[in-house]
Design a protein around this ligand. Structure first.
Ligand SMILES: [Mn+2]
Length: 378
């Protein structure tokens, strides 16, 4: 009998129920206020991201499309800086439900005062602006350099401030993905805290960890599983763990200075330039950078092309050429905007690595680290 229940409608179902369970079931079909609560909850919850310039707009668009393609039921909001170009705003407007221009300099309020005191924290203040989105009861902030691999709407079951550990210092949370509750009061407290104490790392992560300083110890339910903010560096800093758990990854975070949009893409060959994945490693893990570019090509480029019309813009694509020698040259370069690093000694390289200055694109590139790891693992 239970196997039949899913095909029955509510009134049929009621006939099978003992009388005492009727009221609860009836409420589903009446105008009980609880009826619309799931829908209402969805429209007053939002994913929020931030794009301070036209480059980050590309990231925000890929993130937005990745959330849409995994059928999120929540609103999508993007905060943008005042210098984002008009066509970029139009493109964002066709993917996001809300595009909010945040100009901290112009705000004439507590944020402006905080900025006068700490001009170095401009971008941080722009990000903190997400707490003013009080038309929503709960939000999930996601950096524009993240990519969603499956539906993550369940994050809205968490409370402020929920976040995943930072791979570099796991007693700190990484501020690339976090659950928060918009509140004017919290926003003001954050600004005051920021103006008073600054940021120990110069960015929003330092501020937020100092402000929500019981995250590490107070409530384990506020620790998001690492699969909600998997940094690409963790793949090779703990390869066995990635082999064990990586298949469950839901959000990839492209940490580090070089972002996906800084690379160049050969659409004809389907290759990201300056990024080589060996046959071995492609069996080991999916190529997230390639996935980013594939989504960009399929779902973001058409939106940008529509927004720009005849006006030129940097698509990030490189022209395929018959001249193989020229191709080789291009392959050697990570991206036009990233200058090649100078050669350094082994000792200096070790020193830089330990200081956190890792040359992901050069000597410390994935292929080199993987070769080293494999020599240990074999
Ligand atoms: Mn980030």
């Amino acid at each position: 009998m239970w196997g039949l229940i899913p095909v029955l409608d509510c009134s049929q179902l009621l006939r099978f129920c003992p009388s005492q369970c009727k009221p609860a079931l009836c409420s589903i079909t009446t105008s009980d206020p609880r009826l619309d609560s799931p829908l209402r909850t969805m429209s007053d919850q939002a994913f929020v991201t931030l794009a301070t310039n036209d480059s980050y707009v590309k990231g925000a668009l890929v993130l937005g499309q990745s959330l849409r393609s995994h059928n999120t039921t929540r609103k999508l909001v993007v905060l943008i800086g005042p210098h984002v170009a008009e066509p970029c705003r139009d493109a964002l407007g066709s993917v996001f439900d809300e595009v909010c221009v945040v100009d901290v300099v112009d705000s004439g309020d507590a944020a402006h005062l905080a900025l006068m005191k700490r001009p170095d924290l401009g971008v941080t203040f722009t990000k903190l602006h997400c707490w003013t989105l009080t038309q929503y009861s709960k939000c999930v902030f996601m950096d524009a350099d993240t990519l969603v691999l499956s539906n993550v709407d369940e994050l809205f079951e968490r409370e402020e401030l929920s976040a995943a550990p930072d791979p570099g210092w796991p007693d700190c949370f990484n501020s690339g993905v976090f659950v928060f509750s918009p509140s004017k009061k919290t926003h003001e407290q954050l600004l005051a805290f920021c103006a008073e104490n600054g940021s120990f790392d110069g960015g929003d992560q330092g501020v937020l960890n100092s402000f929500f300083n019981t995250w590490a110890t107070a409530d384990i339910s506020k620790h998001l599983p690492f699969i909600y903010n998997l940094s690409s560096i963790s793949i090779y800093s703990y390869l066995p763990a990635f082999k064990q758990y990586g298949h469950g990854a839901k959000v990839v975070h492209f940490l580090g200075k070089v972002k996906p949009w800084n690379y160049a893409y050969d659409a004809q060959r389907g290759e990201v330039k300056g990024h080589s994945q060996s046959a071995d490693s492609s069996q080991l893990h999916p190529d997230y950078l390639l996935m980013w570019w594939q989504l960009y090509t399929k779902s973001v480029l058409p939106v940008l092309q529509r927004a720009y019309g005849d006006a030129p813009f940097n698509s990030g694509f490189i022209e395929a050429t018959e001249d193989s020698e020229l191709c080789e040259d291009v392959t050697e370069q990570p991206a036009a905007s990233v200058p090649p690093p100078p050669k350094v000694s082994s000792e200096e390289r070790k020193h830089r690595w330990e200081a956190g200055q890792i040359d992901y694109m050069g000597d410390d590139c994935f292929a080199n680290i993987e070769r080293k790891l494999n020599s240990f693992l074999k």
